[in-house]
Design a protein around this ligand. Structure first.
Ligand code: PLP
Length: 429
């Protein structure tokens, strides 16, 4: 029982690594191979041993305005010297969280939104799913508890995100089908199957459908034409809330402020994170429609409470950074720029697909691209080779390579990136 195998034995414990546990990874695969990033500049990151890499994924789809922007550093510095934060519990609130709420309500795809703020995407998913159930309980329709999500979906890894994961490996290992029992999966592209699942479970038991407008981690899957509209119709006809997870797509990644605009969808809640600050502060939240928030705002002793709060909900420094970040997006015309880059990305991907039989599919929505490879080529290997060439791309489900660079890149940088991918694929073939 107490035997500790010597290093190198199969099954030996990796005892000498850093104390920091990369908990999302298979440790034997990554330990000793991690690149230590100690600096960033615009669209580039630098390792502690001095290598310069083009950040072709914008980190985890977050660094939309690029790295190490001094303007945002100054905003954070100034805000921390004035007030790092003050909580928004009970009789307290803070000026920056209030101002950010107003700004978000102005740009929200939902009319007359209220905004709940917290620290990231997984947090925001937790809030949205809880609020969906709370909504139906308050309506007196307590059986409406099930949250439906799509195959291949990724919604973070807190309790709800784990439970509604459409990437099954993220849901496994907790002793039951999911941490939160009332969840189920629907087809990622077939509305008829969605309608069949709704009928089988019964609309009287379903609180909400959660969907990424374009699936990210599941392999960069834009919606098949008509899918989102069909899901919206199913929701409306069955009193089911529609929750759009815009953690990747929000704040310009698709060339519109939100994907809801691009696809003409009117969700009941929008979940956001990453792109609200481009990662300069941990911040996420939920935009909520009047149908859901109004009952919590009635002037009466009997008005219900949505009990959800955290110390850092409405963090003043994060909110100050977000406000300036939104100004930068607008001032530097970065969202229209994404539209231009989308056209170029499409052209480059079409060329790549024509020139490589090993590329079986390419998908583009905004500045979000997926390249699917034939089985004999492994996306992991191609991405490893790309690092040697000076480029970061990321392998995703379905032998797919993720391409999602910062919005600030030049045409030439995008073309060179796709050329490097082409080279890496060709050299592996
Ligand atoms: N939802 C989507 C669509 C995501 O892509 C992610 C993260 O990649 C999350 C939720 C979780 O966000 P976070 O990692 O900030 O908790």
């Amino acid at each position: 029982l107490n035997h500790i195998p010597s290093p190198g034995d199969p099954g030996s414990r990796l005892l000498d690594g850093p104390a920091l546990w990369p908990a999302q990874a298979h440790t034997p695969t990554v330990l000793g191979r991690q690149l230590v990033i100690d600096r960033g500049e615009g669209s580039y990151i630098f390792t502690d041993d001095g290598r310069r890499l083009f950040d072709g994924t914008a980190g985890l789809w977050h660094a939309n305005i690029g790295h190490s922007n001094p303007e945002l550093a100054e905003v954070a510095f100034d805000q921390m010297r004035r007030l790092e934060t003050y909580h928004i519990f009970a009789r307290f609130t803070n000026d920056k969280a209030l101002a950010l709420g107003e700004r978000l309500a102005e740009i929200s795809p939902i009319d007359r939104s209220k905004v709940i703020l917290n620290s990231g995407g997984s947090d925001a998913i937790e809030v949205a799913c809880k609020l969906a159930r709370r909504h139906w309980q308050r309506e007196g329709r307590a059986s409406k508890k099930v949250i439906l999500s799509r195959e291949f979906a990724y919604h973070g890894l807190h309790a709800y995100g784990t439970s509604i994961a459409g990437l099954d490996f993220n849901r496994e290992g907790y002793g039951t089908d999911s941490l939160v029992p009332e969840t189920a999966r629907v087809s990622f592209n077939d509305p008829e199957q969605v309608a069949a699942v709704v009928a089988e479970i019964g609309p009287e038991n379903i609180a909400a459908i959660v969907t990424e407008p374009v699936q990210g981690t599941g392999g960069v899957n834009p919606p098949v034409p008509g899918y989102l509209e069909a899901i919206q119709k199913i929701c409306r006809e069955n009193d089911i809330l529609l929750l759009l997870d815009e953690v990747i797509t929000g704040f310009g990644r698709l060339g519109t402020m939100f994907a809801a605009e691009r696809y003409g969808i009117e969700p009941d809640m929008v979940i956001f994170a990453k792109g609200i600050t481009s990662g300069y502060a941990p911040l996420g939240g939920v935009l909520v429609s009047p149908q859901v928030w109004e009952p919590f705002y009635i002037d009466s002793p009997d008005t219900p409470v949505f009990r959800h709060g955290a110390t850092y909900a409405g963090h003043a420094t994060a909110a100050a950074v977000a406000l300036r970040h939104l100004e930068i997006l607008e001032r530097d015309q970065l969202i229209p720029r994404v539209k231009e880059l989308e056209t170029l990305l499409r052209t480059e991907f079409d060329k790549l697909a024509r020139q490589n039989v090993a590329v079986t599919d390419v998908r583009v929505a905004g500045l979000l691209g997926g390249i699917t490879l034939a089985g004999h080529l492994k996306a992991e290997q191609v991405c490893d080779d790309l690092i040697e060439l000076g480029y970061v791309a990321r392998p995703l489900r379905g032998n797919t390579i993720q391409v999602s660079p910062p919005f600030i890149i030049s045409d030439q940088e995008l073309t060179l990136f796709v050329t490097a991918i082409d080279q890496a694929i060709t050299e592996r073939e």
